[in-house]
Ligand binder design. Structure first.
Ligand code: HEC
Length: 169
């Protein structure tokens, strides 16, 4: 009985502490998009995001071949819908990107290019909650073409090169 009450008091105290910490963080303006997530928050979010993608979706293969037609059509979708945040070159150095938290990633960089085709498809289709990344209701074929375009971006300019958009933004 004594142990039970010690446990109950400890749990209540811990919960109270969490509430006080959350309250003071919110009061100090921590939900403003001006504040970028720290390394720990980023790591936890990336882990959770990876965990949230179903295994079958990760393994899905791109049924669309990278023909000039498919790339042209994908690039059109990309410039019309994605470039506003990600930039025509994929670098993510755009005006909306400056004001978004978490950051708009460089689509040419290794962390994105290491994702499987299926993961990229899933992230484009469903978007990423609590971030600026929307989900898209395009037909599957169009999303697979966007996956092809994402793979093409590092071939057009490298993540370390100065910002040289393929087309003026
Ligand atoms: C309104 C801004 C915005 C638009 C428009 C947008 N994105 Fe994003 N995108 C983001 C942000 C912000 C993230 C990072 C989310 C995060 O922190 O996990 C992101 C993440 C991604 C990722 C995952 C990268 C990773 O590291 O996990 C891919 C792939 C992607 N976007 C592709 C696209 C494509 C393709 C389009 C167009 C159909 C598009 N995005 C449109 C803001 C945008």
């Amino acid at each position: 009985m004594r142990t039970a009450s010690i446990v109950a008091i400890t749990v209540t105290a811990l919960l109270l502490a969490i509430v006080v910490i959350c309250y003071s963080l919110l009061k100090s303006g921590d939900l403003s998009a001006r504040k970028k997530p720290g390394t720990f928050e980023r790591a936890v979010a990336n882990y959770a995001l990876n965990l949230s993608i179903p295994g079958a979706a990760k393994k899905a293969k791109n049924p669309v071949k990278a023909t000039p037609d498919a790339l042209a059509s994908g690039t059109k979708y990309y410039s019309e819908n994605c470039a506003v945040c990600h930039g025509n070159d994929g670098a993510g150095r755009t005006n909306p990107a400056k004001g978004l938290s978490p950051d708009v990633p460089d689509l040419r960089a290794t962390p994105v290019q290491k994702l499987t085709d299926g993961e990229i498809f899933y992230l484009i289709r469903n978007g990423i909650r609590f971030t600026g990344m929307p989900g898209w209701d395009f037909q599957d074929q169009e999303i697979w073409k966007l996956v092809l375009v994402t793979r093409q971006l590092p071939k057009q300019s490298s993540p370390n090169s100065p910002n040289k958009p393929a087309k003026p933004e």
